[in-house]
Ligand binder design. Structure first.
Ligand code: ADP
Ligand code: PRP
Length: 188
């Protein structure tokens, strides 16, 4: 399917669990007008805390996926995640849309969204373990399983990758991301 024409830009934020994807995305949206956070649809309990997402059952998710309600969807950590079609409206309105993605869907996203860029956040695994324990959303067993995925590399063939280490403050990481996005935005 041909993607609609947009004046905005989609940015996929990736990196291991606990690296600070949601925190950095929130900092960027709070500081910069025109930045929108994509609200994902997830088969996770509604009161899990963390990001703002739409909680749905497995059945509802499967029905929506069949009906073509998602631009991208994937499975990870025993959950299903979907990016709703409404992202096209925000892009058409000219917004810079940030979405927390799986590393497994980046090539698909790049093929679908002109100007797509990847923000890859990194941190040493000891830092990830500490942050996940502090976040307190997952059990020790689930945290261990998430840390197993921490070493996964990005796929090849991505045109724009901005890599930032999130080991200082959240605001420092957000600033580093923004600084690297600016020249690319101007150049487009
Ligand atoms: N730069 C940072 N310094 C200290 N704590 C951080 C930093 N970035 C994120 N955190 C904390 O680490 C935990 C995981 O962050 P989160 O944004 O949920 O990561 P992700 O979405 O990548 O799993 C949260 O408790 C968050 O407050
Ligand atoms: O394939 P990967 O690149 O390893 O990513 C797997 C999943 O991890 C993240 O989920 P989620 O936001 O639920 O978890 P997190 O906040 O702990 O990273 C990310 O959004 C993907 O859905």
């Amino acid at each position: 399917m041909r993607a609609p024409v947009h004046s905005g830009r989609l940015i996929g934020v990736v990196g291991p669990s606990g690296v600070g994807k949601d925190s950095v995305m929130q900092a960027l949206a709070a500081r910069h007008e025109g930045v929108r956070l994509v609200r994902r649809v997830i088969t996770r309990e509604a009161d899990s805390g963390g990001e703002d997402f739409e909680a749905v059952s497995e059945e509802v998710f499967a029905a929506r996926a069949r009906a073509g309600a998602f631009v991208l969807h994937w499975r990870a950590h025993g959950l299903r995640y979907g990016v709703p079609m409404s992202v096209h409206e925000d892009l058409a309105a000219g917004h810079l849309c940030l979405v927390n993605l799986s590393r497994t869907v980046l090539r698909e996203a790049q093929a679908m969204f002109p100007g797509f860029a990847v923000v890859h956040l990194t941190a040493p695994v000891e830092v990830l373990a500490e942050r996940l324990a502090m976040r307190g959303r997952e059990s020790a067993e689930v945290i261990a399983a998430r840390l197993e995925r921490a070493g996964f590399a990005l796929p090849g063939g991505l045109s724009h990758v901005i890599r930032v280490e999130n080991t200082g403050t959240v605001n420092e990481a957000a600033q580093a991301v923004w600084a690297q996005l600016q020249p690319e935005r101007v150049a487009r």
